[in-house]
Design a protein around this ligand. Structure first.
Ligand code: UD1
Length: 316
């Protein structure tokens, strides 16, 4: 049994990491500001120790990291458009807080810190699929902030010997992804729209593509990154290696739900990337990673969860 801190553990991806760690018999502590996270995401795992606090305050980061073997740093204010509207708030959450976590992890001599990086770092560079050694080209404050924090991780490994690994996530989706804001991930928004028989909104022509990754794949990749002997100091894509357009995604989701609801089209979003697809050879080589849940199975799980939420929970 080892001890794991999951920062942002009351959020979507963080709560899945916490669940899996508990299932494997580990000790889990979560720190979360509850700005986007929710206590109820952890209701099914009461054995998790919970600290409510803002990691942009150094004392919170120190208290959270104290006594931990591993730090899974997931806390962030996600969303490209949200960062375009409010770059200062997202900078504080995505960079200041990350630096505090790194300093605290260094001082507490944790075994390894695994950081939630983002595919947005690649921006609109022309070559697909994206390989980790390709140049970066952030197109939004969010993308830049995620890239700065990953470079801080790398620097902390070189300068202080703190073991860090950056996993670049590619459009993660699944149960517990909150559909309650216009900044929510597109699959959560499409799911609720279809289940409520409303037309989803597509920004742009819908021909932009993404490597949508079911959350269980990411959990597997991150937990492998804690242990993989040669992963420290590395940046590694974790995704499926495929890509699908939003128009095709909507057709697939309509087919699963048994509907034929057309989208409403709106203007393309500022800072939006056109195409995104991961090269996952490095994850295979360094982590022994292989995607375990494909897009369609993941969509079915997600839609089933959205359906059960609609019938069992209070209005969102
Ligand atoms: C980006 C990152 C992703 C990161 C996420 C955090 C890229 C390629 N991906 O995701 O790694 O985790 O930020 O928020 O940069 N859209 C619609 N209708 C909607 C909502 C979205 O058409 O109602 C479109 C967006 O304009 C975009 C696509 O769907 O083209 C995906 O959007 P979203 O789910 O918000 O994620 P990204 O911004 O791609």
């Amino acid at each position: 049994m080892a001890s794991y801190l999951v920062t942002g553990g009351a959020g979507f991806i963080g709560s899945h990491l916490a669940s899996e760690l508990v299932r494997r018999g580990h000790r889990v502590r979560v720190v979360d500001s509850l700005i986007t996270g929710k206590r109820r995401n952890l209701a099914h795992i009461p054995q998790v120790e919970f600290i409510e606090g803002d990691l942009a305050q150094a004392g919170v980061a120190e208290r959270a990291v104290d006594g931990m073997d591993y730090v899974l740093h997931q806390a962030a204010i996600p969303s490209v458009p949200r960062s375009v509207h409010d770059p200062i708030a997202s900078n504080r959450a995505n960079i200041d807080a990350s630096l505090n976590v790194l300093v605290a992890a260094r001082d507490a001599r944790v075994k390894r810190l695994v950081y939630a990086g983002s595919s947005s770092a690649y921006g609109d560079t022309p070559t697909l699929p994206k390989r980790e050694d390709m140049p970066t080209n952030p197109l939004s404050p969010y993308a830049l902030q995620k890239l700065v924090a990953e470079q801080y991780c790398h620097l902390f490994t070189r300068l202080y010997g703190l073991e860090t690994v950056t996993i670049r996530y590619f459009n993660v989706f699944g149960p517990r992804q909150d559909p309650g804001s216009p900044y929510s991930g597109v699959i959560s928004l499409f799911s609720t729209a279809l289940l409520e028989a409303r037309p989803p909104i597509i920004y742009g022509d819908g021909e932009q593509t993404r490597d949508f990754t079911y959350v269980a794949n990411v959990v597997d990749g991150v937990l492998r990154a804690c242990e993989a002997p040669s992963a420290s100091g590395e940046v590694i894509n974790v995704a499926t290696g495929g890509r699908i357009s939003l128009n095709e995604l909507l057709r697939t989701m309509n087919r699963i739900v048994g509907t034929d609801i057309k989208a409403t089209y709106g203007p393309a979003r500022a800072g939006d990337v056109r195409d995104s697809q991961a090269d996952i050879r490095k994850a295979r080589a360094v982590l022994g990673y292989e995607p375990i849940v494909d897009l369609e199975s993941g969509l079915r799980e997600t839609l089933a969860w959205c359906r059960s939420e609609a019938t069992t929970s209070a209005p969102r």
